[in-house]
Structures are given as C-alpha cells and as structure tokens.
Ligand binder design. Structure first.
Ligand code: 6PG
Length: 229
C-alpha cells in the first residue's frame, strides 16, 4: 500500500491523471490489448477526468466501466456515468460502458447484466486500474458500512441499499475489486480525515479493497491527511 499526500485537490487530480495516462500509454505500446479502467463516482474524481480529457492518451484501447452507479436515469445529474461521460468520455475515443437503467428494469437485473459484461471483459485478465473515492463513513463505490453488498462473495456487481437513506445503488463488489492489478483512491478534504485514518488501518469498507496481487495507492490532499501521524 502506498500513501501520497499532495498539497491540494488540484495536485491530486493532476497526479492521478498523469499516472492513469502513463499506464494506458504503456499498455498501448506494449501489446495493445484492451485496458480495463474502473471509474469512481461522486464529485472528487471529476477534476481528474477533466484533466485526463486534455492529455495525449491512447484511449482507443480503453474500456471503462463504473465502480458504482446510482439507480437513476442515465441523463440524471446524479448519474456517475453521466459525470464520467461529460467530463471525459464524450471528448475522447475510449469506450465507456454504463449500467442499463429503465423504469421497467429492476436494479438487480441491471446489476446482473453489468456483472456479465464485466465477467466477459475480464475473462483473460483482471481489471488493470480502478479509481475509487472514499465517503466520510468509510464507504467506497457503493459498499456502505452495514450494507448487504459487503458480504457478497460471488457476484462481481450487485444492487445495494444505503442503510441510512434507503437509496438504491449498483456497485462492484470485493470479488471484482480485489482482483484488480492496481487501485488508486482519490481523497480530498478535512471531512474525510477520520475515514482515511480508519481506512488505512483496514477498518472500513474502503480499507478492505485490494487482494494479495493488488497495488493499492492512496492519493490524498493535506486536509484529508490531517489526522495521520
Ligand atoms: C458515489 C461514489 C462514492 C464516492 C464517495 C465520495 O456514487 O457517490 O462512487 O463512493 O466515491 O461517496 O464522494 P465525493 O467524491 O463526492 O466526496
């Protein structure tokens, strides 16, 4: 596990953007195989995605997917997929695959279909790189404390309910996330300081991400790192 403390949220975004671009380009020049990129939702990663849109990156080899999604229409301003499209994938020739949503679908059905897509995407190789955020309660993706998805040990993608609010989400699970070659957490702001400290101790859902072969890196700003000794 690696922790990098940056001076500002902008420095976090720039550093993560450069690292993602470099890794995609290295893959493109080595064997040109599909690069599987998992995307964080929420607000923190948007600056990284906007920065990535301006980089010289070999997006044609990239298939991107969402580490989690809210159960909302694809054109909802709350949609993680819409945020990723508007900040990055509408501007580059990468392939962003988003979970289906319709009023006639059940969340479980959509999660199962997306799980089958992710199974097929990773038949031969695991996810290359997954970007994740951190909630102030220690959740990541939509793996919330006390939620059912934390105990999922088979399916790669499931529907989940936020215990406090009853909000329905779709989320990658540990069976998928913990096979990733590399996970980058992006964490900024004082509000995340306690959750970051607990996560680095493995005491939150976010802290449980990463298998024995996974390179886990935390890119945080000074405020989020304020409770670390
Ligand atoms: C979501 C995210 C979630 C997010 C954290 C941090 O759908 O909201 O996937 O896990 O990463 O809640 O959110 P912020 O970056 O907005 O603080």
């Amino acid at each position: 596990m690696e922790l990098v403390v940056h001076d500002s949220p902008g420095a976090v975004a720039s550093a993560v953007s450069a690292s993602v671009s470099q890794e995609i380009n290295e893959r493109a020049t080595s064997d040109g195989t599909t690069f599987s990129l998992g995307l964080a939702g929420g607000s923190t990663p948007e600056a990284t995605y906007r920065d990535l849109a301006g980089t010289q990156t070999e997006w044609r080899n990239v298939t991107a997917w969402l580490a989690d999604e809210r159960w909302v229409p694809q054109d909802s301003p709350r949609s993680n997929g819409l945020m990723a499209a508007q900040s990055l994938f509408d501007h580059v020739p990468g392939n962003l695959v988003r979970p289906e949503f319709s009023d006639e679908m059940e969340p479980d059905e959509s999660a199962a279909a997306y799980g089958r897509f992710l199974r097929d995407l990773h038949l031969k190789t695991p996810p290359d790189l997954v970007l994740l955020g951190l909630g102030d309660d220690g959740h990541t993706a939509s793996l919330f404390p006390g939620s059912r998805a934390l105990d999922e040990n088979q399916h790669r993608y499931v529907s989940n309910v936020i215990p406090e609010t009853g909000e329905v989400r779709l989320t990658a699970t540990y069976p998928l996330l913990n096979t990733a070659r590399r996970v980058l957490f992006l964490v900024v702001g004082e509000a995340k300081a306690a959750a970051l400290k607990a996560s680095l101790a493995g005491a939150t859902p976010a802290g449980r991400v990463g298998g024995s072969e996974t390179k886990v890196e935390w890119h945080v700003d000074r405020h989020a790192a304020s409770q670390l000794s």
